[in-house]
Design a protein around this ligand. Sequence first.
Ligand SMILES: [Zn+2]
Ligand SMILES: [Zn+2]
Length: 265
Amino acid sequence: MQIPILISLHLVQAEPIHNREDPARNNNAPKGSYYDDGDPMEIVPGIHQVDSVNGNSYIVVRESLTVIDTGMPGSGRKILAYITDTLHRRPDEVGTIFLTHFHMDHTGGLAALKKAAPKANVAVHEAEAGYISGKTALPRYPGVKGMLLRIIEKFMGPKPIEPDFLLKDGDRVDSLLCVHLPGHTPGCIGLLDEGSKVFFSGDTLRSDGKSIMRGPALFTMDLGLECESIRRIAELDFDTLLAGHGVPHRPGASSKVREFADTIS
Ligand SMILES: [Zn+2]
Ligand SMILES: [Zn+2]
C-alpha cells in the first residue's frame, strides 16, 4: 500500500540521520559511531538509533536492552536485525519497550518485537494504555488527512498489545525517568537518562540538528498543553536531545530548549 509511503503519519519526511550539519560531528568521532557516518549508529556511548524506521527508534544498551519507540509498521524486523547483527545481542535481552505515545509511527514495530522478546515489558503512560491494547478507539483527526490516517490505521495499523507497565510522571524504569508531557497526545512521555544526560522527547520536540521545533501541529491534540510540556522539558538538565523525528541535537540541548520555550505561546 503506497499511501503510507506518500504521507507518513506526521507528513514529515524523515530527515537523513547522518546530519552533515551537526556541529558535533567532527569531534574525532570514534570509528563506527554516529558521527563516523556509518553503522552502527551509536549516538552517545550505549545509546543507539536504528536507521530508517521513521519515527525514530532508540536502543539503550546496558546489561539488558531498552527500546524506545518502534517506528512505522514493518520496523520490527529492522530493530531486531540491529539487535542481533549490529549489537550482537539477543532479542530476549530486551527488558523494556517504551512507547512515547500511541501514534503508529512509534508503535508499528511493537508486535514483532514483542513476539521475538515475549518477556519484554511494554511501558506506556497510563493515559494511553487503552489505545495500545485496542480497548479504546483511537482519536479521530479532522480533514482529509485525518480520513487518510483512518484508512491507513484500518489496513496497516499496529496489532493491539497489552501494556505491562502503566507509567505515571516521575516513575523510573531501567534508569530512565518518565516525564509526562501531555499535548501532542494525552499520554505523551519523555524519558530522561540522567547518567548520560540524554533526553528522549518523543514528538513533543524535534530537531534538525541546528534548531529546536515543536511536534507537528496537525496531529497534536492540544497545542496549549504542549506548550506547557515544552516549558517542563526546559526545566530539565540534559546535553543531548533525541526526538521522535529528526536528528540528534547536542551539545547543550537543554539550554537550546530553554531558548525555544521562551519563543512559544
Ligand atoms: Zn511521530
Ligand atoms: Zn506523534
